[in-house]
Design a protein around this ligand. Structure first.
Ligand code: AMP
Length: 391
């Protein structure tokens, strides 16, 4: 069965088509600058990458061109062959704890959740409606980034603020990157050959989050009400003392919106180093003797270790720690520093095995008390798998 995995942003649409259940990638690509001058798209097929300019007034234009390209390149003979489209949805609130076939009622609920994800949920809905109109015969499925974290208990997802904030306004931990945590924990359980496992999954990219997963179910995660909680990130601050905000606003005269923008876009590695949000630039800065880059890296590593330690205690041990996403998959130095900081738990790094980027690898020695792995994430495949299961 041919299944499309789609991630619609406000001006972009990323796609990957799989033959399921074989998990074979047939074609992938990206439509960019939708509704903006200079729109274009890229298609990757048979190892070849083609970029073309096109008029993309809206997401429907993108889906129409996508279907034409699929037919012209003989990926499909007719649109009926696309049985299902799985959509990456950012926020399912506490309404969706698993993936769901999209109906009018689901769209209404996702619309009601817009205040919780004002940038993402509207774009996700636009993507769904484009496919509904252009390929009416296909089934659309929503795969929520928050769903995997819905198994977290009340005592972990509530903030110690007035209970009415939760009841009246939905203020609680939701967690994000759920599809990625779900995917790597699923792969890890396959490697271990069992599902009664205690796993700590570290999705460390430009954004980053860490989850504690017991027997395949998430019991805690580091992101919160928004993605700006937990560990330090590329440009997000992660956990801070909330009461510093009023103080800084008084001192600077900045508005809440301006402060929030700084906490999301000018903090983290960027805020401390003053150089970049990209860990490659931080590592380069360290080699050049930049003290602030060194400080940023120390803080970054320390906060990851803090969360792993916290989840190790929560889980009552760990069978495996998994690193994924841009930094987790590619930064040899970052992983080395984190694992060295976990030595007290009996973690023994295999320096030679750790010397790899972007491939599935066990990076600890056989006598390490906890096995640590790099598992490249594949959110598109997770979305296709969820979609295939439902359809
Ligand atoms: P993501 O958000 O998962 O796409 O991750 C993007 C981030 O991965 C970039 O901002 C970099 O900080 C990091 N990254 C990618 N490649 C490398 C590398 N070779 N070494 C260190 N960090 C990397």
């Amino acid at each position: 069965m041919k299944v499309l995995s789609v991630n619609a942003g406000s001006s972009s649409l990323k796609f990957k088509m799989f033959e399921m259940p074989e998990e074979k990638v047939l074609v992938s690509g990206l439509f960019e600058r939708i509704g903006i001058a200079g729109s274009c798209y890229t298609i990757k097929l048979n190892g070849e990458k083609i970029t073309k300019e096109a008029v993309l007034n809206d997401h429907k234009d993108a889906v129409r061109i996508l279907t034409l390209e699929l037919i012209n390149n003989h990926v499909i003979d007719s649109l009926d062959e696309i049985k299902a489209v799985g959509h990456r949805m950012v926020h399912g609130g506490d309404v969706y704890s698993s993936s769901v076939v999209i109906t009018e009622d689901v769209k209404r609920k996702v619309r009601e959740l817009i205040p919780l994800a004002p940038l993402h949920n509207p774009a996700n809905l636009v993507g769904i409606e484009a496919f509904e109109q252009e390929i009416p015969s296909c089934v659309n499925v929503g795969v929520f980034d928050t769903a995997f974290h819905q198994t977290i208990s009340e005592e972990a997802y509530l903030y110690s603020v007035p209970y009415s904030w939760y009841k009246d306004y939905g203020v609680r931990k939701y967690g994000f990157h759920g599809t990625s945590h779900q995917y790597v924990s699923w792969q890890m359980n396959k490697i271990l050959g069992r599902s009664d496992t205690k796993l700590i999954t570290c999705h460390i990219g430009n954004g980053g989050s860490i989850s504690a997963i017991l027997n395949g179910k998430c019991i805690d995660t580091s992101m919160g009400f928004t993605p700006n909680a937990g560990i330090m990130m590329g440009s997000r601050c992660g956990d801070i003392d909330a009461s510093m905000l009023g103080y800084v606003m008084d001192k600077t005269g900045l508005s809440m919106k301006e402060v929030d923008n700084i906490l999301n876009k000018e903090s983290g590695l960027l805020g401390i180093s003053g150089v970049s949000s990209d860990s490659r630039d931080i590592e380069k800065g360290i080699k050049e003797g930049n003290e602030r880059c060194l400080l940023a890296q120390k803080m970054y590593v320390r906060r990851v270790i803090d969360y792993i330690a916290k989840y190790y205690v929560l889980l009552g041990g760990a069978d495996a720690i998994i690193f994924t996403a841009g930094v987790g998959e590619n930064s040899i130095e970052f992983r080395k520093q984190v694992l060295e900081g976990l030595k007290v738990l009996g973690v023994e790094i295999d320096l030679e095995a750790n010397n790899t980027r972007g491939v599935l690898t066990k990076i600890t020695t056989d006598d390490s008390k906890i096995a640590c792995y790099v598992i490249p994430t594949d959110e598109e495949l997770m979305i296709a798998t969820e979609t295939y299961k439902l359809v």
